[in-house]
Write a protein that binds this ligand. Structure first.
Ligand code: ADP
Ligand code: MG
Length: 250
């Protein structure tokens, strides 16, 4: 049995609407540190909306989003950027690598605003590239990499600063099944090393292979294979979050 730990993501009464389209309505989702879970559902069911809200890339129309204990709605843009930079790594279906830029620099640029020197960024980037098995592709530009290799570069960039939370939106959606399996294996390894990993997918086989599955339909949660216990009952849940620079004392 796994020991429940402090939540890294808590969505409470969250809705997101676009005009009269309800993209997401989610009474409660709690993701604890160390989890590996799938968010699955047909196209248009609200998966990306949920991920963007969990990733603080988008704010909900209503409800409360807590990331690593911080109430996102109470943070200004600067605190939010700091929280995001220190806590969350992102991987997208279409890789989002800069064309014409060697893989190592694509990864290193993930720390562009971290205050680290270029040499330090590149040293960390090289380590991350080796971690994803691409130590032999440091100087390849994206057009010389396979789809699977591009996604591994994107993963290296996402985990460069060792974020506790990795959010992946259809990470295998643009890959053949073999490259997809390699990417999933890598996500499993990151999870085993301690990262909380949320994988969005419309692939039911992938979803079924992960320890927890949250199924969305028409913006609502149709099924959660592991509904979280009452957060108040989780040891450590009541610990105050570390304060961000500039964040008001609550
Ligand atoms: P999924 O990722 O599961 O395919 P999305 O979260 O992208 O679904 O979309 C959920 C619903 O919200 C869809 O009906 C989509 O058309 C709508 N939607 C998403 N983003 C926007 C937007 N920026 N403007 C208007 N409607 C949107
Ligand atoms: Mg989507």
């Amino acid at each position: 049995m796994t020991v429940p730990t402090r939540p890294v993501v808590e969505l409470t009464g969250v809705t997101k609407t676009y005009g009269d389209v309800v993209a997401l309505r989610c009474a409660g989702v709690v993701i604890r540190r160390g989890e590996l879970l799938a968010v699955v559902g047909p196209s248009g069911s609200g998966k990306s909306t949920m991920l963007n809200i969990m990733g603080t890339l988008d704010r909900p129309s209503a409800g409360t989003v807590r990331i690593d204990g911080h109430d996102v709605g109470r943070l200004g843009d600067r605190e939010l950027s700091a929280l995001r930079a220190g806590t969350i790594g992102f991987v997208f279906q279409q890789f989002h690598l800069a064309p014409g830029v060697p893989a190592l620099d694509n990864v290193a640029d993930g720390l562009l605003y971290s205050g680290r020197t270029r040499a330090e960024r590149r040293r960390l980037a090289e380590r991350a590239m080796r971690r994803v098995g691409l130590g032999h592709r440091l100087h390849h530009e994206p057009h010389r990499l396979s789809g699977g290799e591009k996604q591994r570069v994107a993963i290296a960039r996402a985990v460069l600063g060792d974020p506790p939370l990795l959010l992946a939106d259809e990470p295998t959606g643009a890959l053949d099944s073999r490259s997809g399996a390699v990417v999933m294996e890598l996500l499993h390894q990151l999870h085993e090393a301690g990262t909380t990993v949320v994988v969005i997918t419309h692939d039911r086989d992938i979803a079924g292979s992960l320890p927890r599955e949250v199924r969305l339909r028409d913006g609502g949660i149709e099924h959660d294979s592991d509904p979280a216990p009452d957060p108040e009952s989780v040891p450590g849940a009541a610990l105050p979050a570390a304060r961000l620079p500039g964040e008001a004392v609550r």
